[in-house]
Design a binder for this molecule. Structure first.
Ligand code: AMP
Length: 122
């Protein structure tokens, strides 16, 4: 893993602005700048791991906190009645662009199927 600071560490440090929706001691949730659904929030652990597999191996308690934070965001955003999606992109084929593990929480409308590249963002 590169030591280069990622964008998300700068958001966690409040060095660059973000629309923060929820925070715990160890996680931060903020709106995605390029939303792919009516509601699109990112949940990050404040400590950086490259992807969800590295986080799971190193600190399963923290992974659980990322997921419970995602569930709390879904509750706060009114997504629990109709459902929502939680996605962890991992590396190139999944389109991961920020190498600080993050859960995408998507909902607020009917979501499409996902999988094969369609040329659309997200
Ligand atoms: P991924 O492609 O899974 O690595 O997701 C990275 C996400 O970060 C993308 O959905 C971007 O739209 C989002 N993003 C990039 N810059 C910012 C920013 N400054 N604030 C909030 N979200 C951002």
């Amino acid at each position: 893993m590169s030591d280069a600071e990622t964008l998300f560490e700068r958001i966690i440090a409040r060095e660059i602005p973000a629309d923060i929706v929820y925070e715990t001691d160890d996680t931060l949730a903020f709106r995605d700048i390029n939303p792919q659904a009516k509601t699109h929030v990112l949940v990050v652990p404040k400590k950086r791991y490259r992807n969800v597999a590295e986080l799971a191996a190193a600190d399963p308690r923290l992974l659980a906190e990322v997921v419970t934070t995602a569930a709390k965001v879904a509750e706060l955003e009114g997504l629990t009645r109709d459902g929502y999606r939680v996605v962890f992109n991992t590396d190139e084929h999944a389109g991961q662009t920020v190498f600080h593990v993050h859960a995408h929480v998507l909902g607020g409308e009917q979501l499409g199927f996902f999988g094969r590249y369609s040329g659309q963002g997200g």
